[in-house]
Design a protein around this ligand. Structure first.
Ligand SMILES: NC(=O)C1=CN([C@@H]2O[C@H](COP(=O)(O)OP(=O)(O)OC[C@H]3O[C@@H](n4cnc5c(N)ncnc54)[C@H](OP(=O)(O)O)[C@@H]3O)[C@@H](O)[C@H]2O)C=CC1
Ligand SMILES: Cc1cn([C@H]2C[C@H](O)[C@@H](COP(=O)(O)OP(=O)(O)O[C@H]3O[C@@H](C)C(=O)[C@@H](O)[C@H]3O)O2)c(=O)[nH]c1=O
Ligand SMILES: [Mg+2]
Length: 301
């Protein structure tokens, strides 16, 4: 029997990938909604659509993700990342659906010297991080069957991300300053979708072996944004997307003031998802080649 999947945020960076993969997978019947079709802060619409779709699984790819803007739009961020998530969790519970929810490295303070494990206590530096943490808490409180996938530094073919920003700035400027005191694991959006598909497969073939919980999933090797930028420019020049790479200087976060302070240590430990699901970290270096090649095709069109 095909399984019914309700997807929110279907045209975001990760949502677009989920939409494409789930739509082509004959095991699933996909009911996908973008923001105009389902605003998750509309409680009655959430409940109405859930009752119509009667999903076996709800995947929430909708979120308020503008980290700096969230500092001045706190209520808006909370409304989407906490209240909206709570409505989804309540409705998922009512229909006995598994809730797959995405969260972030920014729930952590980033002052530890080692990668964060799932049991570490969040202590966000920002309103975005705090809203995502409270969203996790809402999922845990409301929904008996859930997977919270915490990821970080996501990039891919769709939507906005650091890789696309670098390719744009690299074409406009001869020099860039990039912070080198924030460490994390760049994560390919397509690999997040692969991980979710593995989890769903396990849930539907042997649900008893699924334990609700938080899982970390990112790419390796970990590195700084500065090193990531350099890797992006090397690949962009190799593929002829840029004639010449800009020069890049490593700077401290103090020299790059932003409304929201980012964690210095964004590294997430990846053992739990490997042990419970056999899911390996995202190979961001391989994915970067693919994403830049796709970018090249699109600019040539
Ligand atoms: N990007 C990253 O580096 C990381 C992301 N994550 C998490 O992954 C998830 C997906 O992120 P990503 O795909 O990158 O983000 P995007 O911002 O690309 O996608 C989020 C989508 O949610 C939509 N949305 C916003 N508000 C609402 C609402 N009220 N109702 C319905 N939809 C809404 C947005 O629409 P619109 O564009 O119109 O606002 C957008 O399409 C989020 O939970 C995020 O916190 C975790 C770690 C890192
Ligand atoms: C454009 C630019 C950015 N930076 C820095 C700022 C920041 O510390 C870092 C990355 O910039 P971004 O704007 O992509 O960062 P940001 O939007 O904070 O990215 C985050 O998004 C949310 C949704 C998450 O959940 C996180 O995991 C993370 O991916 O690079 C420079 O140092 N120089 C530059 O020229
Ligand atoms: Mg399908």
């Amino acid at each position: 029997m095909t399984k019914r999947v309700l997807l929110t945020g279907a045209n975001g960076q990760i949502g677009t990938w989920l939409y494409q993969r789930l739509r082509e997978d004959t095991q699933y019947e996909l009911f996908a909604f973008n923001r105009t079709e389902l605003d998750i802060t509309d409680e009655s619409l959430v409940k109405q659509l859930m009752a119509t779709v009667k999903p076996d699984v709800v995947i929430n790819a909708a979120a308020y993700t503008a980290v700096d803007k969230a500092e001045s739009e706190v209520d808006k961020a909370m409304q989407v990342n906490v209240e909206g998530v709570k409505y989804l969790a309540q409705a998922a519970k009512q229909h006995d659906a598994l809730l797959v929810h995405l969260s972030t490295d920014y729930v952590f303070r980033g002052d530890s010297d080692v990668p964060y494990v799932e049991q570490d206590k969040p202590s966000p530096l920002t309103h975005y991080g705090r809203s995502k943490w409270l969203g996790e808490e809402a999922v845990i409180a409301e929904s008996p069957a859930y997977i919270i996938l915490r990821t970080a530094w996501v990039f891919g073919e769709y939507g906005h991300n650091f890789v696309k920003t670098m390719l744009r700035l690299g074409a406009e400027r001869t020099h860039l300053n990039i912070v080198n005191d924030q460490l994390g694991g760049p994560t390919y959006a397509g690999d997040i979708v692969n991980a979710i598909l593995v989890i769903l497969q396990r849930y539907f073939t042997d649900g008893s072996r699924i334990k609700s919980g938080i899982y970390h999933f990112t790419g390796i090797p970990y590195m700084s944004w500065y090193d990531f930028a350099k890797a992006i420019f090397i690949e962009a020049v190799a593929q002829g997307v840029l004639q010449q790479a800009p020069t890049v200087s490593a700077i401290s976060s103090a020299a790059y003031p932003t409304p929201a302070q980012r964690p210095a240590n964004s590294r997430l430990a990846l053992d739990k998802i490997a042990k419970d699901f056999g899911i390996a970290p995202s190979d961001w270096q391989a994915a970067l080649q693919q994403v830049i090649s796709d970018y090249k095709k699109k600019i040539q069109e």
